[in-house]
Design a protein around this ligand. Structure first.
Ligand code: AMP
Ligand code: MN
Ligand code: MN
Ligand code: MN
Length: 287
């Protein structure tokens, strides 16, 4: 039997239900082919891909966890909180996610207006052509359109030059509160995991404050080994997981084969002394 920390778990990825480029079933088939042993689908603010993903995972015998990645505003930052093991039909969760998605529509119109001001036309329609789910428009869809019209060579350059904070196509937006996001996840029977903390531009003391608040609100874990973290960050967030008594997660944050981050199931392994989040998710016989 596989020891818990070397299980090839991938607990964060995206399908066309949000800003991934593979359908939920294609994503599950690819994860299975890549040797993933436990998969969670975690679309942004959306659970509509879960049923299809779960059905395909059952067909292939791949252990599957229903998930979501909720967009949150905390201090002046946007954070992402992953909910795992949620009931995707929970009414309060569905209503909360609906409200967060609704905010995306207004933001998308403002992003398009900002881009128009610098001479990039048709961005809303262009981004929507890349959106597999028209009610979930993400900056990733805008990024693909900006590459298409040739203002940047790749999505990475788009974020460096246009869609990130401080750049001309960035629009401030207020997402869910941390309290609401954790409340919806817990109300739907799930556990909350702080996503890719290495991506947040906050000081060490603010990071400590965030971990403390997350823990106070019943947050269970943190992504330690993930596509966004280099080796030093894996060690740094392993230390914070120990300090705050959080479980550790492993996550590719895969968005599709065009994406040049990491393949499904290829995040580094977790440091052996940490307790993986999947000990809270798996049937005992599997881990
Ligand atoms: P949104 O939730 O609409 O603000 O979009 C966030 C999404 O944009 C992330 O989930 C990624 O898919 C993508 N993204 C954000 N920053 C970057 C970046 N620096 N490089 C590539 N993709 C990014
Ligand atoms: Mn995304
Ligand atoms: Mn994220
Ligand atoms: Mn993600």
């Amino acid at each position: 039997m596989t020891a818990p920390n070397v299980l090839n778990a991938d607990l964060h990825c995206h399908s066309t239900a949000s800003d991934g480029t593979l359908s939920p079933a294609e994503l599950v088939r690819r994860a299975h082919g890549a040797g993933v042993e436990l998969l969670a689908l975690t679309d942004h603010d959306e659970v509509s891909g879960i049923a299809e993903a779960r059905a395909e995972a059952e067909r292939l015998g791949l252990p599957f966890v229903a998930g979501v990645e909720i967009s949150v505003s905390w201090l002046d930052q946007t954070l992402h909180v992953v909910g795992l093991g949620i009931d995707p039909e929970n009414p309060a969760l569905l209503e909360g996610l609906r409200q967060v998605r609704e905010g995306r529509d207004g933001r998308a119109a403002l992003i398009a207006a900002e881009l128009e001001r610098i001479g990039i036309r048709g961005a809303l329609e262009g981004a929507l052509r890349y959106a597999g789910n028209p009610s979930l428009i993400s900056r990733a869809h805008f990024a693909r359109y900006l590459v298409e019209v040739g203002v940047a060579r790749n999505v990475h350059d788009v974020f460096n030059n246009y869609l990130a904070r401080g750049k001309p196509g960035y629009v401030e937006h207020v997402w869910a509160t941390l309290e609401d996001a954790l409340g919806w996840i817990h109300g739907a029977g799930g556990i909350a995991v702080l996503a890719h903390p290495g991506r947040y531009r906050i000081s060490n003391s603010e990071m400590d404050r965030l971990f403390e608040r997350f823990r106070e609100l019943g947050g269970a874990g943190v992504e330690v080994a993930c596509g966004a973290h280099d080796a030093g960050q894996v060690l740094a967030f392993a230390r914070l997981a120990r300090k705050f008594g959080l479980l550790a997660s492993r996550a590719s944050d895969y968005h599709g084969p065009e994406d040049c981050v990491i393949e499904l199931g290829k995040a580094p392994l977790l440091p052996p002394d940490l307790t993986p989040v999947w000990t809270r998710l798996m049937p005992v016989s599997v881990c």
